[in-house]
Design a protein around this ligand. Structure first.
Ligand SMILES: Nc1ncnc2c1ncn2[C@@H]1O[C@H](COP(=O)(O)OP(=O)(O)O)[C@@H](O)[C@H]1O
Ligand SMILES: [Mg+2]
Length: 401
């Protein structure tokens, strides 16, 4: 099946040859209408060429495919109007029509600072930079092999099968979003290239309308490919708060709609792995241990974020209060009293410390007193740690008591 691409002045700019049957086969494995899926696949393939954008007037594709399917052939090639992409003219506003809420360019000083400020995650930081580099800059691993083994060692082949996909799971307020939003800056430095981050919050997206969630996910993958093609930079796609996609398919309560979303996610990841587009997908969920096995199996890395332990809470207080002359004994007490006790079986989250204890202590002292150990201690005693994330429940009991 031949596809001709025409520019705005109706000039033929490129001829493409695709196998109709394999497109349709591929389209039929996806949920929803096979012809619409096929249309999306074709558009995606054109976008991935990197030189063109599809003009919105190209709505003749489905009709063409139906005719082709009915007769088994078509007299004319499929004509699609495209727009030549402007090289080096890729600004933020080109992406304003994407599904993403935020698009960040790395390296980025502000995000780098935020990354550096994250406490207690040193092991994850070092692991993620290496894992990220194997995906975003595979040549670095090859260079390493050449340098230390004088050849490409066979073990590197194990990396070629991996999915460019990380999962961050863990309770609310444990740093998943903050880490996912910022590690790209360090990765950009480490791999010595610019990286784009595109974040979509899945919370309350999709509205439960059938097909909505899966469309959204499919579109986010298409948009990410577009961003990668336009900017010629690797892209981190952050699917944040993807809780509705995290319930095991084995649990029958999973809504049909969410299941379609799970399938769209799996297809998106599979497609990225089999193509050369440098996209890394990061999936965050508050639901612990409830991620669909088919999703989990694909992850190159699954990290469970936890509330800070005694040492980590100490580190947080030390980091933020080291210039107000608290003794290490006092810091240790603060770390101690923000942990679990007889009343609360769980300690403070990072978020409780960073967005409540510390600012409230300052506000308590402000404007006419210095902030002291006593003030911080008092503030802590007036706050309850956030209750752990429970399915469908309202988070209660975490306001100032
Ligand atoms: N390891 C950490 N060190 C310092 N601050 C943290 C850490 N983890 C989270 N925070 C802070 O806690 C708050 C909530 O983190 P967030 O990433 O939104 O949590 P989650 O996405 O897991 O619900 C943010 O202000 C963040 O900066
Ligand atoms: Mg979050």
């Amino acid at each position: 099946m031949q596809i001709n691409l025409f520019d705005e002045k109706k000039r033929l700019v490129q001829k493409l040859d695709y196998d109709f049957d394999s497109i349709m086969e591929n389209a039929e494995t996806q949920s929803g209408d096979a012809f619409s899926n096929a249309e999306q696949l074709i558009e995606q393939a054109i976008i991935e060429l990197g030189d063109y954008e599809i003009s919105p007037s190209s709505s003749n594709i489905v009709k063409y495919l139906k005719t082709y399917a009915a007769f088994g052939y078509a007299n004319e090639p499929l004509a699609i109007s495209v727009k030549k992409r402007n090289e080096g003219n890729a600004t933020m506003k080109d992406f304003s029509s994407t599904t993403f809420e935020e698009i960040i360019h790395f390296p980025n000083e502000e995000f780098q600072d935020r990354y550096n400020r994250l406490v207690g995650l040193d092991d994850l930081k070092s692991l993620i930079q290496k894992e990220g580099a194997t995906i975003m800059a595979p040549e670095m691993l090859q260079k390493w092999s050449n340098k230390h083994h004088n050849k490409m060692i066979k073990a590197l082949e194990a990396f070629s099968d991996r999915y460019p996909f990380f999962i961050f799971e863990g309770d609310v307020g444990t740093g998943k979003t903050e880490f996912a939003m910022t590690f790209g800056s360090e990765l950009a430095r480490f791999t010595n290239q610019e990286i784009v981050l595109a974040r979509m919050s899945m919370k309350s997206r999709g509205n439960g309308v059938v097909g909505e969630m899966s469309k959204l996910i499919t579109k986010s993958f298409q948009d990410a490919s577009k961003i990668a093609a336009t900017t010629k930079k690797p892209v981190i796609v952050l699917l944040d708060e993807a809780d509705s996609l995290a319930q095991s398919r084995e649990e029958n309560q999973m809504h049909h709609e969410d299941r379609a979303g799970v399938n769209a996610l799996i297809q998106g990841i599979d497609h990225i792995r089999s193509s050369d587009i440098p996209i890394l997908v990061v999936f965050c969920t508050n639901r612990l241990g409830a991620i669909d096995p088919a999703i989990k199996r694909r992850a190159a890395l699954v990290h469970t974020f936890s509330r800070p332990n005694l040492e980590q809470r100490y580190e947080v207080f030390k980091k933020y209060f080291d210039d107000i002359a608290l003794t290490s004994r006092e810091l240790a007490i603060l770390a101690q009293i923000t942990g679990e006790n007889e009343i609360y079986r769980y300690g403070f989250t990072y978020s409780d410390l960073l967005t409540r204890v510390i600012p409230l202590s300052i506000l308590y002292a402000y404007p006419d007193k210095p902030v002291t150990f006593d003030i911080i201690e008092q503030v802590i005693q007036s706050i309850k740690p956030s209750a752990p994330f429970v399915e469908q429940s309202q988070k209660g009991g975490n306001d100032l008591g």
